[in-house]
Write a protein that binds this ligand. Structure first.
Ligand code: ZN
Ligand code: ZN
Length: 211
């Protein structure tokens, strides 16, 4: 019996199934689906519909523009796929992003550590290590932030998040997540734009840590 309470919204799953989700978010969605039977079933339904639509479409001649657009995307990272094997707390897509290595934790202050797994023009995805009961500085978002708990838990203004839970924080949301007691909280977090911290100190550090 799964205890996951916060799932990937259906529209996001549909976007992922169609291959339209930016890479950083796709890593988080693939990781959640790797841990969640409910979202796996919903994703398979979307993929089934997508496949049927493709089969129904007639083959059309590919324009030179489209061809070069497709070729120019070959440099982009591959679409992460759900993998139903895991190594310790890390789901398959995270293991793939880590390329089999252990996380290379870098301190960002107050005991919080990060390992940036991937970063590009359209965002970044990182592992975050937050000591028990530690608060992440109060911040709002310039874009979307997607966080998946891999170990421990955290709580913010919107509720509590445990292992497997996903939180989606939008542009207009401001929050100050606090890690639960007991184990350190390890999260996978993706953003498509830099966070906006309220306090000056973390704001000064921001360019340094690429948060
Ligand atoms: Zn789910
Ligand atoms: Zn946030």
């Amino acid at each position: 019996m799964s205890t996951i309470a916060h799932h990937v919204p259906d529209a996001t799953l549909a976007c992922y199934a169609a291959g339209n989700l930016p890479h950083a978010f796709a890593v988080v969605v693939a990781s959640h689906v790797s841990l969640c039977i409910q979202c796996r079933a919903a994703l398979e339904a979307h993929q089934h519909v997508g496949g049927a639509l493709l089969e129904a479409a007639d083959a059309v001649a590919v324009s030179a523009d489209l061809k070069s657009a497709v070729l120019s995307r070959l440099d982009e990272p591959f679409m992460p796929e759900p993998v139903y094997e895991r190594s310790g707390i890390y789901p398959g897509p995270v293991m793939e992003a880590l390329k089999g290595r252990a996380p290379n934790w870098k301190s960002i202050g107050m005991g919080v550590r990060q390992d940036i797994l991937w970063s590009g023009k359209e965002g970044s995805v990182r592992l975050l290590f937050i000591p028990p009961s530690q608060a992440v500085p109060d911040h709002s978002h310039n874009g979307l932030e997607m966080t998946l708990v891999l170990q421990g838990s955290f709580r913010d203004q919107t509720g509590g998040f445990g292992v497997g839970d996903i939180e989606i924080a939008s542009q207009d949301m401001e929050h100050a997540p606090v890690a639960g007691k007991g184990e350190p909280c390890i999260c996978l977090a993706a953003t498509d734009a830099p966070l906006r911290f309220r306090a000056l100190f973390p704001r000064l550090l921001q360019p340094l840590f690429r948060i």
